[in-house]
Ligand binder design. Structure first.
Ligand SMILES: *Cc1c(COP(=O)(O)O)cnc(C)c1O
Length: 340
């Protein structure tokens, strides 16, 4: 793992590469008491040209810097963030799986590691990057998502757009209940209870009957690097008339829109582009009106999607081709861990 420290109002000191292991902290550490913590997730890919590359790591650096400001932590300068990522990949290069067999996942973590009992920002900060080889995030043919109205992930003007550690533990209980019922994850609704936001750690997309790719607007959702890349690739596909894609639209997506879609998928560094096979709406937690509406015979409460459909397959392939250097990296998305 690669570790750097910073005192409150100080500068980030030079980092150290050390064996993976426990980190010592006082019980009064701000991260343990008040959740002053952000994380990131990125992958090192072994390409067809034998290089080991990170995918758009500067996007992760900027996202973490924005989160740091929101959580009153000293942002990591982009140059240091990238240097530390490079050092983490080089130190773990033997653990990057062969091309096509998986990736080395990097987990950057920024925490308020200093002890202080008072409710307030930490006197000291630790930035650490550790790594682990990974395979597929969602197993099986496609994800099965449960739309559930009794828990929200984020609120308007809240921190849904920050990769804050504290956003994730509240998802564990509804997620476990969904998994016990045979689903892969929850599909969260916004505070109005009408519009789709995203899954616990991946962004949501669907393709409507007119062949338009739809995804919720940024705001309360996490601005995914894979979401942004997928939108870019989808616009190219639509312009070329590939896979029957007619357009791309960012904006509100209602539960009805999802159930009427022809294809659906989720995106994330972990998930890649994962097709969604099934979406079901739980009756739990919806208002009386919704339950009455839902119990009406004609009301559709679930939908099955083609897995993988043409748009999902096209996007999966396009993203994989860039990441494995099977198509030219025209947008400069690849960052060589040995020569950048
Ligand atoms: C990390 C994350 C994503 C995916 O972001 P990527 O940058 O594509 O990995 C989506 N939603 C949530 C809530 C996340 O935490």
């Amino acid at each position: 793992m690669v570790v750097a420290k910073c005192q409150k109002d100080g500068e980030w000191a030079d980092f150290q590469v050390q064996p993976y292991g426990p980190m010592e902290m006082e019980p009064a550490a701000t991260v343990l008491n008040y959740g002053q913590a952000l994380f990131e997730g990125m992958k090192a890919h072994r390409t067809s040209k034998g290089r080991i590359v990170l995918f758009r790591p500067e996007m992760n650096a900027r996202r973490m810097a924005r989160g740091a400001e929101r959580f009153l932590m000293p942002p990591i300068p982009e140059k240091l963030f990238l240097e530390m990522c490079g050092a983490a990949v080089r130190a773990n290069a033997d653990w990057v799986p062969p091309e096509g067999k998986g990736e080395l996942y990097l987990r950057p973590l920024l925490i308020g590691s200093g002890g202080a009992l008072g409710v307030g920002a930490s006197p000291e900060y630790t930035f650490v990057i550790y790594a682990a080889p990974v395979g597929r995030y969602f197993s099986g043919a496609g994800a099965r998502l449960l739309v559930e109205g009794s828990h929200n992930r984020a609120a308007p003007l809240g921190t849904g757009d920050v990769k804050a550690a504290g956003n994730y533990a509240p998802c564990f209980a509804p997620q476990k209940a969904a998994k016990d019922a045979g689903y892969s994850d929850i599909l969260y609704l916004d505070a109005s209870g009408e519009h789709i936001e995203e899954a616990a750690a991946s962004n949501f997309f669907c393709v409507d009957k007119d062949g338009v790719l739809r995804t919720p607007d940024l705001g309360t959702i996490l601005p995914g690097v894979t979401r942004d890349s997928t939108l870019h690739l989808a616009r190219l596909m639509a312009a070329a008339g590939e896979a029957g894609l007619k357009g791309v639209k960012e904006g509100s997506v209602s539960v009805e829109d999802v159930l009427a879609s022809s294809e659906a998928f989720v995106t994330g560094t972990g998930a890649g582009v994962t097709p969604v096979a099934h979406v079901a709406v739980s009756r739990k937690g919806f208002g009386l009106q919704d339950i009455l509406r839902a119990s009406h015979q004609d009301t559709k409460l679930s939908a099955d999607f083609l897995t993988p459909g043409p748009v999902v397959s096209g996007l999966q392939e396009a993203l994989r081709a860039v990441q494995r250097e099977l198509r030219p990296d025209t947008d400069g998305w690849l960052w060589d861990a040995f020569s950048s």
